[in-house]
Design a protein around this ligand. Structure first.
Ligand SMILES: Cc1cc2nc3c(=O)[nH]c(=O)nc-3n(C[C@H](O)[C@H](O)[C@H](O)COP(=O)(O)OP(=O)(O)OC[C@H]3O[C@@H](n4cnc5c(N)ncnc54)[C@H](O)[C@@H]3O)c2cc1C
Length: 333
């Protein structure tokens, strides 16, 4: 559709600032917009969010659409779909991208339906094909065992991008851009769900998504006591503790620690998997790690195919020795 132009990024917010994923999407969007020779637009929705537009410009947006409305205070799909649909139909971007976050996962397929287009979820790379100028949407498939590149003939070309898949541009407060305030009327009758309560996820220490080092435990840890030992090592390495699904199902550790297809997707510098077999569903959440180290008593465990370094042995022997060595090195540094 020749009339569709520009790259539009949906910017999630965190308090009175852009969420980290928004800055990453702007970094990715800028590259796409440059390769298309078109402008980068941002859309920000919420209540009392005016100041965030300048931040989006500082992170690379040429034009920011701000939809500031009391009814948008909390994320609610009916209201958010209405306003983004309205803006997208007015602006007609060629590319419309979201983060692969709870909001992005909920919003993107609903909007794709409303805009009569398709959406590729959970991409790890987005690029412009030089000849056709189509959006190349790369995502892991078969539980992370392969990658597929999708394109779409429908406009806008929509996708979600995983956290940490792109880097933000360096913030530049002198960057100039245009802010367009969009006024909307939201009929309360069309908003079917209400937010009645918000429960903040309790995280002591570093969040898994932000951790540079993650020590993950699997079913082979045998119970919650093993996780206390993982915690000790994580503290020494200034990291966080994660888990495969069975320890979460067994309540050895909180559900929020689950890494994988149906858990969190993490991309630390160092991922130490202890007594984790390396199922494709688990690996889908951690293959983006820079270095994977495995400790497992089964030399045939799949995790050794994915790991850069491996120790074949019982974690009950290997982990105390590793922790003692790390303690010694930390004390000496
Ligand atoms: C739709 C779907 C979604 C799923 N989503 C997820 C997900 O998000 N995340 C996830 O993790 N799983 C997920 N699963 C489950 C997944 O298929 C596996 O069952 C799970 O990852 C296995 O966890 P594990 O490696 O801890 O356990 P196991 O496969 O049982 O492996 C335990 C490992 O511990 C080793 N071990 C045992 N004792 C010791 C010891 N003393 N010292 C050293 N090593 C030892 C064993 O050799 C073995 O390799 C999903 C499954 C489905 C069907």
């Amino acid at each position: 559709m020749a009339d569709n132009k520009g790259v539009m990024v949906f910017c999630e917010t965190s308090g009175s600032k852009l969420a980290a994923i928004a800055t990453e999407l702007l970094g990715c969007g800028k590259k796409l917009a440059t390769d298309l020779g078109q402008e980068l637009m941002a859309i920000i929705t919420g209540s009392n969010i005016g100041g965030i537009a300048q931040e989006a410009i500082a992170y690379g947006a040429d034009k920011v659409y701000v939809v500031d409305n009391e009814s948008l205070q909390d994320y609610q799909s009916d209201a958010y779909v209405q306003v983004i649909e309205k803006v997208a139909k007015q602006v007609m971007p060629a590319v419309l991208i979201f983060g692969q976050t709870n909001i992005g996962r909920d919003l993107t397929p609903r909007l794709a339906f409303k805009l009569n287009t398709s959406a590729t979820m959970d991409c790890i790379e987005l690029a412009i094909e030089p000849q056709s100028k189509q959006l190349l949407q790369t995502k892991p498939v078969y539980g992370g065992n392969a990658r597929a590149i999708f394109t779409s003939d429908l406009f806008p070309q929509m996708a979600t991008l995983r956290a940490k898949a792109a880097a933000p541009l360096a913030i530049d407060a002198s960057r100039k851009g245009e802010v367009v305030n969009v006024s909307v009327q939201i009929d309360p009758a069309t908003v079917k769900a209400r937010v009645t309560q918000k429960i903040k996820e309790e995280v002591t220490g570093i969040k898994l998504e932000d951790a540079k080092t993650i020590i993950s435990g699997g079913r082979g840890m045998g119970g919650p006591d093993g996780f206390k030992q993982l915690d000790e090592l994580a503290k020494l390495l200034k990291g966080a503790v994660g888990a495969s699904r069975p320890p979460c199902d067994n309540k050895w550790i909180a559900d929020t620690a689950q890494i994988g297809l149906t858990g969190k997707i993490v991309t630390p510098e160092l991922y130490i998997a202890v007594a984790v077999s390396g199922s494709s569903q688990h690996m889908a959440g951690c293959t983006g790690s820079k270095t994977i180290v495995a400790i497992n008593k089964d030399p045939e465990a799949n995790i050794f195919r994915e790991a850069r370094f491996g120790v074949v042995g019982d974690w009950k022997k290997v982990l105390p020795a590793l922790t003692a060595k790390v303690k010694e090195l930390v004390a000496a540094s």
